[in-house]
Design a protein around this ligand. Structure first.
Ligand SMILES: [Zn+2]
Length: 494
């Protein structure tokens, strides 16, 4: 195949833009409860030329050091792999939506098992629910994941890489560098984690870290004792007031759609659908209240404002592709306001904000350690000869990091495609470093400062055109360091 000319590339960008817009709109309609079925196959078929093997390889040949073409190459390659495993993904989704667990005569839909465990005060019942979840995963879902893994392993070779990790290294992912930062973080925060997690679990569910089991984690993170502080009725007003302090009038943003209506089939979790960037960004929420719901709303509002403020003049890849740590970082910055004592006091007239902040920070440390271990595990997994033996590595690595043994059966479902785990890890560091900078420059109430708001809008207008590393360097002069998360956690827990 001859190399694509500039007009070919422009046509590719234009079609990719429509492809993503149609996918996002379909996801939006389905998960907002406006359309029963999720019909992705016809969209993939209409745009199959974008993600065929030849297309991906041709882009790979001309990518060299050109950031934009490398992003198009990654997009085509991920689309190619996604096409090949679409059947397995659809079957997994179908099973997850249709399997029903029978726990002592009580029927619980598979997807409701985790929320049910989180809301179950009785430890024995939690254990029973989780054991049933694991059995169903092992018996019905894992065989499909296994098929998918085989398909990906073969296809990665066709894309010219020895394994999945090598493919991502060629896209510019610095996996080993991040992994070594993760090892250092796991090491340096180990005793801090043991102490803080022990305190959190004892306080919330009366079980110390040494006795805690995996079914206790969801319950202790649920924290119903804080529900009264996070009422449903105040979610949207608190978000609007926070944005207003930063100079954004949410209700008058023409390109932001707020979907807050109640619908029976609407996803209970908030999400953001950037259907057109920046022309039509939808923030979807079915407010329920509770700390977790507030966190999710603010997180998705961070994505929403990032995409809605992105400059229309950027190229497709600068608006829609790029480094996910950037958009996740903006989402985390908004989300972490709901754990910030200064914000809680200012916005919610909150009792014991310091106590809540410490608990939130302990949960963050748990998540960061979990993702550090996940990255180490995923790197081993993708380079291992024998896949089945990896379930014991999963238990070892995650168990070591969290001091709570995970279920071996989750070793396939607990992996993210596209090394998304690196996006979250780097977004936590990016956010921690940026938040520290905002506090130093604008004070602990930076979120009420108009200048801070102007800076954020200016950075948001860059969309996805810079990596999180470049953006942080341009703003603060620093490199992204996982250790920054450890420093911030230590300060809060001190
Ligand atoms: Zn996110």
């Amino acid at each position: 195949m001859p190399s694509p000319s500039a007009p070919d590339l422009d046509r590719f960008r234009e079609r990719a833009d429509r492809f993503i817009a149609e996918l996002d709109e379909e996801y939006y309609l389905h998960y907002a409860g406006l359309k029963d079925t999720l019909d992705l196959a016809p969209i993939y078929e209409r745009y199959s030329d974008l993600t065929d093997l030849e297309q991906a390889k041709t882009l790979g040949e001309i990518a060299d050091d050109d950031w934009g073409i490398r992003e198009l190459w990654r997009f085509a390659s991920e689309g190619y792999l996604g096409q090949l495993t679409r059947e397995q993904s659809e079957k997994v989704a179908e099973l997850e939506a249709s399997l029903v667990a029978d726990v002592d005569g009580t029927k619980v839909p598979f997807r409701m098992l985790r929320p049910t465990i989180a809301n179950e005060p009785d430890r024995d019942k939690r254990e029973q629910l989780d054991r049933t979840r694991v059995e169903l995963t092992e018996e019905h879902i894992n065989p499909l994941y296994m098929e998918g893994v085989d398909v990906i392993r073969r296809a990665v070779g066709e894309l010219g890489a020895t394994d999945y990790a090598e493919l991502y290294r060629s896209f510019g992912f610095r996996l080993e560098e991040l992994a070594s930062q993760c090892r250092a973080l796991l090491d340096s925060t180990e005793s801090l984690y043991e102490e803080a997690a022990d305190k959190l679990f004892r306080g919330r569910i009366g079980v110390g870290l040494a006795e805690a089991k995996r079914w206790d984690v969801l319950r202790s993170f649920r924290a119903p004792q804080w529900d009264a502080q996070f009422p449903e009725s105040r979610m949207m007003p608190a978000l609007e007031a926070t944005l207003s302090d930063l100079g954004i009038d949410l209700r008058s943003q023409q390109n932001v759609e707020l979907d807050v209506e109640r619908r029976p089939k609407k996803s209970p979790r908030a999400f953001c659908a950037p259907i057109e960037v920046p022309g039509r960004v939808v923030l979807v929420i079915q407010p329920m209240g509770g700390a977790d719901d507030w966190r999710a709303l603010f997180h998705e509002a961070g994505h929403t404002e990032h995409y809605a403020n992105t400059s229309a003049d950027l190229s497709m890849e600068q608006k829609r592709l790029g480094d996910v740590a950037v958009t996740e970082g903006w989402a985390m910055l908004m989300q972490h306001l709901t754990d910030d004592p200064a914000w809680l006091s200012k916005r919610l007239d909150f009792p014991r904000p310091q106590e809540f902040a410490e608990e939130g920070t302990t949960q963050l440390l748990y998540m960061v350690r979990r993702y550090c271990a996940k990255l180490l595990y995923e790197l081993e997994f993708h380079q291992a000869e024998d896949i089945a033996s990896q379930s014991s590595r999963y238990v070892d690595l995650l168990g070591d990091a969290l001091k709570i043994e995970p279920a071996a059966a989750d070793y396939l479902s607990d992996m993210d495609a596209s090394f998304y785990v690196t996006g979250y890890l780097r977004s936590w560091a990016f956010e921690a470093q940026l938040r520290t900078y905002l506090k130093e420059r604008y004070g602990s109430e930076w979120f009420t400062n108009r200048e801070a708001g102007s800076l954020l809008r200016e950075l948001w207008s860059l969309g996805m055109s810079q990596s999180a590393d470049d953006m942080l360097r341009n703003v603060t002069g620093d490199e992204i360091e996982m250790d920054a998360v450890a420093t911030l956690v230590r300060e809060t827990l001190a």
